[in-house]
Design a protein around this ligand. Sequence first.
Ligand code: AMP
Ligand code: MG
Length: 331
Amino acid sequence: MQQKTKLLQAHSPKDIATAIALLKDGQIVAVPTETVYGLAADAKNPDAVRNIFVAKGRPASHPLIVHIASCAKIHEWADHISPLASILAKQFWPGPLTLLLHKKPTVNDVVTGGLPTIALRVPQHPLLLEILETLDTGLAAPSANQHKRLSPTTAQHVMDGLAGNIAAVLDGGPCSFGLESTIVDLTGSTPTILRPGPITQQMLEDTLGMVVLAPEHHTEHVAGNMVVHYQPRTQTVLMPLRALQEYLLAPENSTKKLAIMHYSSISLKATNVLFQVMPQDKAAYARAMYQVLHQLDKAGVEQILIETPPNNIAWRDVLDRLTKASAYDKR
Ligand code: AMP
Ligand code: MG
């Protein structure tokens, strides 16, 4: 259903009250979080949650993360909570860590895509925490973008992708991490990372004092595992620096309009190429990544070439997103 999407401001108490009233009324509202903008609906209202899937064009079988106001609320949503989950919640909440737990039978199946598990997170963003406390419910909130597209890190990105499909966007400025949360499955005997994120495997292992698995491929049928995800509309290719330089020097590419996202220094100059230098610091790179990809996607180039980031634990989340952003898709 087409509607006029309101652009609300986080510094206006009146606008915050409007966002809260809309959410109470079962509408869907994009809200800032410290990871990326989330498309929020009352997780206890199945009709509202269904509208998230419709607005995003996301298959109903792909479960949503439920955001809660504090650790104390975990028992409203999950059962048989492993002691390891409690340790991680205590250490990393509020923050960019999502825990996958056994769901309580009372939690509706719409939010979990019919799965017996539930993904929970206490976000760090003060405004979202305020909203959660006022509403006294959980908010189901996947990233506020069209299914498989680039995640939004500003209110404008949300507007570009979803205006007309949702009730409102609450503009709280750019997201501080700029990358989706780490997801850890705590339903088995060994904690397993389902999606790498700002809380690294090393941080989890150090906190728990045990091995945490981080399989490259796992079998769960969930959106975070899709090969193609987080994609610009422009064809995007990931390549090491040397291959990138060779590509630029190849005569057949000399007239192509290209954009290059690189963090190593490149001495080449070319008028057909838009060079975008990225930070070498991982956190700064992550914060800028979606913003830059959105920008390059609008720049009218034929291809976006991305220098492969370092292949180590600290950069795993960035590498994961860029690999999916550049995976081949028949569009
Ligand atoms: P997104 O909403 O796009 O940030 O992605 C949320 C991801 O969390 C999903 O794609 C899954 O990987 C994971 N997830 C959320 N809820 C569940 C659940 N109930 N069971 C398993 N995985 C989940
Ligand atoms: Mg997403």
